[in-house]
Design a protein around this ligand. Sequence first.
Ligand SMILES: [Zn+2]
Length: 351
Amino acid sequence: MTSAYEEIRRSGGHILAYTNPRIFSLRSIYWQRMGESLATRTASGDVHKESYSDGADFAVVCPAASAWRGLFADYAEMLAGQYSADLIYFDQVASAPPVQCFAGGHEHYDPGLWNTHYMGLLDEAANRVNAVSRDASFCIEGCGDLFIRRAPFQSYIGFMISGTRFNFPELFKYTFPEAVQADVVYYQEETPGSMYADFLPSAKRPTIRACLERGIMVGDFFGVMDQVLDDTEWWAEAQDLLRLRRLMAPWIARAKFRDSADVIEGGGLDVRTFQREGSPSHVVVVARGGADEEIPVRIRLHGRTASGAFALTEGGQVRLAMSQAADGVSISVRAGTLSVSIIQLDGDGAA
Ligand SMILES: [Zn+2]
C-alpha cells in the first residue's frame, strides 16, 4: 500500500482512503470474536442486519461501542500518519438509516442517540489524526450539518439522490457554506455491465453534464464511478469542465456561496456567485446556458465598487467589459458553456 500511495503522489494525485465504520460482514472470520459483541441489537435482542446487492449480510455496528470507536481511531491515525492519506472516507455515516441499539455493554444510556455516538466516533478519530497530521481531513457519505465540524467533506451521488430538478446541492451549500460537497458522477450508458447497473439510474449525456456543471457551480469536489475511463467524447467533455473547476479552486477558497441571491440580472443564464471578503476581496460568478455569445450579467455588490473583471480560461485571465451602476456591476459573460468570471472589489473590509 505504501508503494501504491507513493506512486499516486508522484503523479500529482491526492489520496482518499476508504473504510466503512457502520457495518460488519457476517462472513468475516472476526464476526464471532469481535463483531457480534459490537453489533446493534433490537429490543428483543436480535442483531440488526442489512443485506446488500450481492446477497451479503452485514450487521449494523453500534457507534457507542468503545472498542469499535477505538478501532477506527487507530485505523484513521495509521492512514493519516504512516500512509499520509489526505482524506479518510467513512462510508454510510450520514447516508444510511440510524438504528436503535438495546445491546448491553455499549457506552449508551439510551437506545436512540445514534448521531451523538457517531459524533463521538468522529471526534475520537479526528483527535488522533490531528495529532499526527496537519493536513488530513475526513469525508463521510451523505450530507449532515451536525458532522461538518469533523467531516467537512460530504459525499453523495448527486444525480441518484436529487436528479436535476430538486436543488439540494445549492440549498445545502447556501445554508452550510463551510461544507464541501463531494459529488460522485457517472455515465451509465457508456459503461454497460457496470457493477453499479442494478442501483444507479441510467441517464443521457446532457443530463450527466448538467449534474457535473451544477456541482461545479456550488464548488463540489468530484469522484467518478465509471469503470471504463477510455478517452470517449464524454470524458473529454468532463475533463474540460474539471479543468475549469481546478482554475476556480483558489478563488472560491474561503469564499462564501451566495447562490443566486446577488444576481440582479442574469440574461437568461443560470448564475451563481461566491463572495470573498478580506484581502483581496472578490466575487466569483459562475454561469451556464445561453448561446455562444457575450451576455450581460448584473451582480449586487452591497455598496462595494469593482475595480475590474476577468474570465478564467485555460489560456489565462481574459479581461471582461464592465460597467457600474448604483445597485451593482454588469459584466459581459461568454455563454454557451460553463464560464467562471472574477469581479475584483475596491478596497478591503465591509461596506
Ligand atoms: Zn449499542
